[in-house]
Design a protein around this ligand. Structure first.
Ligand SMILES: N[C@@H](CCC(=O)N[C@@H](CS)C(=O)NCC(=O)O)C(=O)O
Length: 246
């Protein structure tokens, strides 16, 4: 069984997990989830009870939710890929530090902007949220610029799953048109380099429903309905296989 990544469109933060899967070289499939309609459906809640993307169904049929857990899982399947540095090393600490920042501060900085866009409210309230979002997004970029320093990649000298996750969230700045990334030269250079990566181009094409050229081991899309047919049986089988012997 191939692992299946359930990715959300449009503009989902699952983007980074698609890039990481491409970089991992592992065979995988994708399942496209429209937001908010399908992600909040009873059908999808059988995959992820909190109705969020991304979700991963592992090669053993086990569900793994939350971006950080998914990226760690992908990295652990191919330690040689360097997507996640070896546990216990300084590189591992640095990787976790930057990934935690991205998944909390950097991600959350955009929340007021999404909320202002997706919810009805008075113009004055919308303006307050937008001002707050702009302030937070600028601060998060400034902080990340400091964290990156003169390193070529976010976790240091080697490309990692943190870079994959970053490029997925960073495009929200372009979507909401907050700032000119060139104000942060190191981040802008990293972003330009990442956008040129075949895996990133692949993720953009997938998200836009365009023909996508995989340089990894992408094995095609599956429909949610088809996944659900055997889902409970797969979850039960993987739970049984990983349970300690009685
Ligand atoms: N903490 C979660 C957050 C996931 C999340 O917020 N996903 C969004 C898309 S980026 C989602 O599925 N939202 C549901 C919706 O828009 O209805 C993670 O890091 O994976």
């Amino acid at each position: 069984m191939n692992p299946i990544l359930f990715y959300g469109v449009p503009e989902g933060c699952s983007f980074g997990a698609i890039v990481a899967l491409e970089w991992s070289g592992l065979p995988y499939q994708l399942c496209r989830i429209d937001m908010p309609a399908v992600v909040s459906s009873a059908a999808y809640r059988r995959i992820n009870p909190v109705a969020e993307t991304p979700s991963l169904r592992t090669a053993e049929g086990r569900p793994v939710n939350q971006s950080v857990a998914i990226l760690h899982h992908i990295g652990a399947q191919n330690p040689g890929s360097g997507l996640v540095p070896a546990q216990g090393t300084p590189d591992y600490d640095r990787f976790n530090e930057v990934l935690a920042f991205l998944n909390t501060d950097f991600f959350e900085a955009f929340s007021p902007l999404w909320y202002a866009m997706e919810h009805g409210m008075a113009d004055r309230d919308r303006q307050v949220l937008q001002a707050m979002g702009h302030h937070k997004v600028r601060k998060a970029h400034a902080d990340l610029e400091q964290m990156l320093g003169s390193n070529p990649w976010l976790a240091g000298s080697r490309r990692s799953a943190a870079d994959a996750y970053f490029v997925g969230i960073a495009r929200w700045n372009d979507f909401h048109q907050v700032l000119d990334r060139r104000e942060f030269p190191a981040l802008a250079a990293l972003h330009t380099r990442l956008e040129a990566e075949p895996a990133v181009r692949f993720a953009h094409a997938v998200e836009h429903g365009e023909p996508a050229l995989s340089t990894g081991a992408f094995m095609g899309h599956v429909d949610l309905e088809d996944v659900l047919v055997g889902h409970q049986a797969a979850v039960r089988a993987s739970a049984k296989a990983s349970a300690p012997a009685a």
